[in-house]
Design a protein. Sequence first.
Length: 271
Amino acid sequence: MVWLRNQPDQRQLMLDAFYDDPLIGAAERYFQSAEWQAIAALLAGRSGAALDVGAGRGIASYALGRTGFAVTALEPDASAIVGAAAIRDLAAQAQLPIRVVEEFSERLPFDDATFDVVFARAVLHHTRDLEGACREMFRVLRPDGLLIAVREHVISKEADLPQFLAQHPLHHLYGGEHAFVLDRYTGALTAAGFSAIEILAPLTSPINLAPHTEDTLRAAVVEKLAQRIPMRPVWRGALASQRVFTSLLRIATRFDRRPGRLYSFVGRKPV
């Protein structure tokens, strides 16, 4: 990661992944992002104890803390750049109640029914035991607790996995990336006990669009259409309507077969 951050041509990738320094600035930028605002809407009306699984640098722990939760950040990597030491430093700078625990998601060192919210950003597709990790997240949630698992890579069939890995910008540098078919995620969540699982599909939620926002995606679509038929003002006017653009994205989602496209999941623990 140190090497990657020192490559000038990778600056935008570092910004998009919130790997830039100072860390507190990257965390605040995430807190202000369209992605987090959409997550905050899912958390509306909830409070208490939150577990951030696979917390990385702690940007989501920071956002949860800023939202009012007492946060436990679970991160097995001890690194001062992208791991537990970085989170501890961030918590101290921000003066937020973030407790750091160095452990893996497949074996959560917490009692049953400890947390009101379990949050996992790009975690499930990294797990060595997806079903086991989902069971553990369910176990540590209190009744009526909420699991929010965001930005998970999905493939249409197992044969698509090599193509996804080959095009992933970071996999060739450090490995560890993976992707599952959609039914594998939903099956693991259902088998763990979660009910009323909400699936946020690609192109239909700001959570899955990041680093794009709806506005930057709209501009990209206009540019793409203008390259085919050079009528940029017409395309821009046609897509200016939020209703039209949202409908277009929903239609596009039905035909989206990109290997590694992003889905997010919201599950509730029954009372």
